[in-house]
Each structure stands twice: as C-alpha cells, then as structure tokens.
Design a protein around this ligand. Structure first.
Ligand code: IMP
Length: 203
C-alpha cells in the first residue's frame, strides 16, 4: 500500500522510509508525488498541526498519509517554546534559540522539560489516527554535545544519566525519544491493522 510522508524535510522522509518500507509500504514523499506545498502551521497544539499537514496532502491524493509535529515544552516557561520550537522568539539559529531558553531559566529551581512528538496517520479511507510520544527530562545549565539537532545540546532526558541528548550516541535517541515512542505506537497500530485485514479476507 502506498504511504505518503507529508513533509519537505529530506531527513524525515529518509527516516520514515527506513521504518515503513520493511512493513510492506510503498513509501514516498509529497515531493515525489509532485505536491509542492508548505502547509501553514496555524493550529494551537501539536495534534492540530500534525493533522493540518496530513489532511492537506490527503485532500490532494486520497491515499494513506503520515505527518508529524514536535517540539520542546519547558515547565517554568509555561510550556514554551512548544509548537513554536522551530521559530522560538523569531530567532534565526538553533544556537540562539537554545541560548534564549538557558537565559530564561537562569536561577530557576524547576528546570523540568519534555519533548513531544505527534504523528497523524490518515488511512486510505480518510480516517485520522493520532499517536503522541512524550520524553521527559530537564534543561541543562549549558550546552553540551554535538550529536542530534535543535534542543538536543540542552536537553537531559530522565533516562540519560545526566548527559545531554547531544552528548549521547544517536542510537540512544532512536530507542528512547518522543519520536521513537510515537513511531512505535504507529507501527504497532499498522501491524494490528494488517493482521485484521488478513483475518477479514480469510472469513
Ligand atoms: P518539527 O516537528 O519539524 O516542526 O520540529 C519542531 C522543532 O522542535 C525543531 O525545529 C526543533 O527545534 C525541535 N525539536 C523537535 N524534535 C527535536 C529533537 O528530537 N531534538 C531537538 N529538538 C527537537
């Protein structure tokens, strides 16, 4: 079955191809389907934004689609940067955005934070399914490490023994991250859906 990844981000497309092709999906990006749109993220939650992106692609091709939306929520900042993680305070670089968080937390007692990833899967019939992965942790006092991207140099997950995500091998993230959790929920769902189809066909 065909599965379109609703993103223009080549890295995301590659990751999702690696995950879903072995499950028997014929995976392609929206670009490979000649859909060259950048959907505006006008939602107020990760769920809404993931659904907006998936729906825009589904409406054009009426085949199965997945999209995701993710970000960092810092408790002492009332959940900011949240859905604005990629454009926090309008700052241009990831380093500037990380420094803005570290500055805002100077002297803060509560440094707890979490990464969230919402995946929206729209099946061939148009039904929406949402999967949310959460990765709890805290914000370090300074940047450390060069692996990963975004806020990885300042995020210390609860299972990381005090090290920032960027200081750990990528394989750690692949196992424990918010995205890994949401992907695991989706793949479980797709496997169950496939089994149900085979069972129905055999009846
Ligand atoms: P999006 O889901 O591609 O819109 O990503 C939103 C933003 O959240 C990214 O640009 C990063 O700043 C941040 N983000 C999401 N996931 C991660 C992660 O795994 N590590 C570090 N930053 C992340």
């Amino acid at each position: 079955m065909e599965l379109i990844i609703a993103t223009n981000n080549a890295g995301k497309v590659r990751e999702y191809k690696d995950i879903f092709a072995p499950l028997g999906f014929d995976v392609c990006s929206q670009g490979e389907k000649n859909i060259h749109i950048e959907v505006e993220e006008t939602g107020t939650t990760f769920e809404e934004n993931a659904a907006l992106k998936a729906q825009a692609i589904y409406d054009r091709c009426h085949t199965a689609v997945i999209s995701d939306d993710s970000g960092l929520e810092v408790a002492a900042l009332g959940g900011e940067p949240g859905i604005y993680s990629a454009r926090y305070k309008g700052l241009a670089t990831e380093h500037e955005r990380r420094m803005a968080i570290l500055d805002a937390l100077q002297g803060a007692e509560d440094r707890s934070a979490r990464f969230v990833c919402c995946i929206c899967y729209i099946d061939r019939g148009g039904a929406r399914h949402l999967f949310k992965g959460v990765w709890n942790g805290s914000i370090a006092c300074a940047e450390a490490g060069t692996n990963g991207f975004g806020y990885d140099p300042i995020f210390i997950s609860e299972d990381a023994g005090g090290k920032t995500t960027a200081s750990l091998p990528i394989s750690f993230k692949e196992k424990y991250s918010h995205r890994a959790k949401a992907v695991a929920m989706l793949t479980d769902y797709l496997k169950r859906e496939a089994v149900e189809k085979v069972e129905k066909a055999g009846r």
